[in-house]
Design a binder for this molecule. Structure first.
Ligand SMILES: *[C@@H]1O[C@H](CO)[C@@H](O)[C@H](O)[C@H]1NC(C)=O
Ligand SMILES: *[C@@H]1O[C@H](CO)[C@@H](O)[C@H](O)[C@H]1NC(C)=O
Length: 348
């Protein structure tokens, strides 16, 4: 194909020069093709949002959870400080979220729920050496009046008491928590922030040049947010603020996705559930969710099929993974590598 299109014109140079030019051109094309192939393969491995390989989330030997739970300013905070911490990470949940969603049920936190993506963000954070603090919003979603002051108070009080003032402070907020963090960043000094599935409140704020470096982690299937984020990326860049974007794509469910990502989830049950979802047409023949997990009536369908008995406690966990696989609007830990790289590269 390449040769057919290549018609050397009569040219006044020496014959051997023409031959070596042709050779050079040929080698260049070959090199480009090779480069593309290698780069393409690598990017599938390195960028989990593009490939179907979910990251290895085995923390068994790395992190031991011993969270502490406290009550202050009429809300819950749950936190853990690893040995020799290098930074402080505040995690803000979305609407309907609570601090207990981030931590596994344990003797220290018997009412903790440990939702799959939330807990993995905590585990990644602790494994990377961050002291992690989570706080519950006072209402269903975060609010932007007094609650700003309350959360600032709690974080500063806690940092002071744990003597972590010298460490860089970073924050990650998802959805409602993302809007909240985007505003909190105007009254607290963060080294950098991550806004997940949220475009932030940049229309309502007067952004100064010292606004922290901001990474948007979003799901482009949500077109409205995708457009808003494009807009705000430009707004922030124009003010000289460092901005990054990570896009999270849908991925196919596998028979063991649920048991791989939800601690204590039986593998055989995971496979049966996968088969059932396929049989019901909730997922296509390649394992992709056809609709958002919130839109399909999978719980009702399961109740009707009486042979598959589901532990009711696991409903939010399954729901979250189904939403995540569809990749429209959900908390995600799939891009933890990029998230923590962002924090690490803005620690000063
Ligand atoms: C995941 O990582 C852990 C700890 O690094 C390792 O022991 C385990 O073999 C890995 N599992 C897979 C499937 O790669
Ligand atoms: C939070 O609680 C502390 C201690 O009770 C109190 O001093 C502080 O004013 C409270 N902050 C807000 C914003 O209410």
């Amino acid at each position: 194909m390449l040769r057919r299109g290549y018609k050397p014109k009569p040219w006044s140079g020496a014959q051997n020069c023409r031959v070596s030019l042709f050779l050079l051109f040929f080698i260049l094309v070959l090199a480009l093709v090779l480069f593309f192939l290698i780069f393409h393969n690598n990017s599938d491995v390195e960028n989990p949002s593009l490939g179907y390989e979910l990251p290895n989330n085995s923390f068994d030997s790395l992190v031991h959870l011993h969270p502490r739970k406290e009550f202050r300013n009429e809300t819950d905070l749950i936190w853990q400080v690893p040995e020799s911490p290098k930074g402080v990470l505040f995690l803000a949940h979305g609407c309907n979220g609570r601090a207990i969603n981030f931590w596994d049920k344990s003797p220290e936190c018997p009412d903790c729920i440990g939702l799959p993506e939330e807990r993995l963000l905590v585990l990644h954070g602790l494994a990377q050496g961050f002291a992690v603090i989570t706080i519950s919003s006072s209402q269903r979603c975060w609010t932007f009046g007094k609650e700003m002051l309350v959360v600032k108070d709690i974080i500063e009080w806690w940092i002071g008491r744990r003597k972590l003032e010298k460490l860089p402070l970073v924050a990650l907020g998802a959805s409602s928590g993302g809007y909240f963090v985007s505003v909190l960043a105007t009254s607290m000094k963060f080294s950098s922030i991550v806004l997940m599935i949220a475009e932030g409140m940049f229309e309502q704020m007067d952004i100064k040049g010292d606004y922290p470096p901001t990474l948007f982690v979003h799901m482009p299937k949500d077109l409205y947010r995708q457009q808003k984020i494009d807009e705000y990326v430009q707004v922030l860049k124009d003010k000289g603020i460092d901005v990054g974007v990570v896009e999270c794509m849908e991925f196919p469910l596998l028979p063991n996705t649920l048991s791989d990502r939800i601690p204590g989830f039986d593998q055989a049950f995971s496979r049966k559930l996968f088969d059932f979802f396929q049989e019901k047409g909730f997922i296509d023949q390649n394992g992709f969710m056809k609709k958002d997990g919130r839109q399909i009536k999978w719980k009702k369908a399961l109740e009707e099929k009486k042979v598959l008995l589901l532990d009711k406690h696991l409903v939010p966990h399954i729901q979250e993974e189904l939403n995540l696989a569809f990749a429209y609007h959900e908390m995600t830990s799939v891009n933890s590598d990029q998230i923590f790289k962002w924090f690490e590269s803005h620690m000063s």
